[in-house]
Design a protein around this ligand. Structure first.
Ligand code: SF4
Length: 442
């Protein structure tokens, strides 16, 4: 046993893919003898793994760094390390803006976290190699996971698309898929460790394998994972409307343990806006896709995200989007307001939409979506679902999710009864709220 070194605390911001990077960094640090703590006040080193996808994420990252920097003055913290998308986006400039930080690590250097934490000298305090060089997997590095019963499984890194509003391909490089063998063996380890839900993620998950020679894509990978996962659920997040093929839909339809859940961010439904976004489908393509999914998987739960206020979005474009949402009646929907920045291609587009107009449009969609979501939820009253129990906030009250609800982004299910955390339970739905369900142990 190596002698335990000092305490380290990590704060993970942003998306599920970032969380996987955080868990792997913690695994590397634990392997190197560091003691992982849950309380930043006890840490000698604090790491903030950041997000910089949109303006609000940048603000949150900077605020979090500044908050934690206080521990250097008032607490036991001696070293503050910032990793991920914020330093990747702002490069060496960020070191001048945030002198409180001792070291910055970009998305191509997560594997150097031990050196960064241990104070190995790094020129200008920034380690920012080409993100295309990210180490995709190291089977010898165990992940220190934040939730025992659920795990995200990253199947690829980077994105080869060029949506005009998105900075991700620059921050994460081109798509590089992991080998199916590597993913299946990680899935096996996760299932053996007691995971009850495996969530496959990438930037464009349904494009998995397109960069691998002879790959038969995500459908085949799903089949393999489904076979070794017993009763554990398998879910996919971040599908792209252009890469979700028939094989994927067929595999989801026939996979006993694959959730009938389709997270397909469409971003918009008006042809001119989609064109300016760099997305080459139109409303008819989307309608055909959703019809196909609903006829192959009748209990399919559909989730999407859209952007309001994209440059040039007219009242007519917005009406098109609104009526499309009314037509499809998504089970879950999120709206982002367009976030501009000089370093994304859409910055050069004319006809800016004022922020207050973009906000009003978002609010109109969300207010209609609340009604749609309630209507959809009411259809579940009286049905019995398997629910994965995740929290026990009070005696005789549990919180869980059906297979139609993804963690963090969708609603939850309240259950009257005493159940075990991290287990599946049969639950009869007795009531429906705008986003959540209410039920009792059946
Ligand atoms: S597919 Fe997603 S991650 Fe890739 S460029 Fe488009 S929005 Fe960004």
């Amino acid at each position: 046993m190596p002698r335990r070194k000092k305490n380290v605390y990590l704060e993970s911001l942003g998306c599920a893919r970032n969380l996987v990077d955080s868990e792997l960094m913690l695994g590397r640090l634990a392997n190197a003898g560091w003691n992982i703590v849950q309380d930043p006040a006890r840490a000698h080193t604090i790491i903030v793994n950041t997000c910089s996808f949109i303006e609000s994420a940048i603000d949150e990252s900077i605020d979090t760094i500044l908050d934690f920097s206080a521990h250097k003055q008032n607490g036991s913290c001696r070293r503050l390390v910032v990793t991920g998308c914020l330093p990747e986006r702002f490069r060496e400039k960020i070191a001048k803006t945030l002198p409180e930080v001792d070291c910055f690590i970009g998305t191509g250097a997560f594997d150097k976290i031990v050196q960064a934490v241990e104070g190995v000298p790094i020129a200008s305090g920034c380690l920012l190699p080409d993100p295309n060089l990210t180490v995709l997997s190291e089977p010898s590095v165990p992940r220190i996971r934040s939730v025992p019963h659920m795990a995200y499984l990253k199947v690829a890194e980077g994105c080869s698309r060029r949506c005009s509003y998105c900075v991700i391909p620059r921050l994460r490089g081109k798509q590089r898929s992991r080998s199916p063998e590597d993913i299946v063996s990680e899935a096996r380890l996760l299932i053996e460790s007691g995971v009850k839900e495996l969530i496959l993620v990438a930037q464009d998950t349904t494009s998995y394998g397109k960069d691998l020679k002879g790959s038969s894509g995500l459908g085949r990978l799903l089949e393999k994972i489904s076979k070794i996962s017993g009763d554990a659920w398998i879910r996919i997040l971040y599908a792209h409307p252009e890469s979700i093929d028939d094989n994927i839909v067929k595999t989801i339809a026939s996979g006993r343990n694959i959730c009938s859940y389709f997270d397909i961010p469409i971003q918009h439904a008006s042809r001119p806006v989609l064109k300016r976004m760099g997305r080459s489908y139109n409303q008819n393509d989307l309608l055909k896709l959703f019809d196909k999914i609903r006829s192959a998987v009748p209990d399919a739960s559909l989730r999407t995200t859209v952007i309001t206020g994209f440059p040039g979005e007219t009242d007519k474009d917005f009406r098109d989007l609104f009526s499309f949402i009314e037509k499809v009646k998504f089970d879950h929907l999120g709206v982002f307001i367009y976030s501009d920045s000089k370093d994304i291609p859409s910055h050069k587009l004319p006809d800016r939409v004022p922020k207050n107009v973009a906000k009003k449009r978002r609010d109109r969609i969300m207010s209609r979506q609340r009604e749609i979501s309630l209507e959809n939820n009411r259809k579940h009253i009286g049905k019995v679902f398997d629910v994965l129990v995740e929290e026990l906030p009070e005696k005789r009250l549990c919180i869980g999710r059906t297979r139609y609800q993804a963690p963090d982004v969708d609603g939850i299910t309240y259950i009257a009864g005493e159940l075990r955390e991290g287990s599946f339970a049969s639950v009869k739905i007795t009531d429906a709220l705008e986003y959540d369900l209410v039920g009792e142990a059946a």
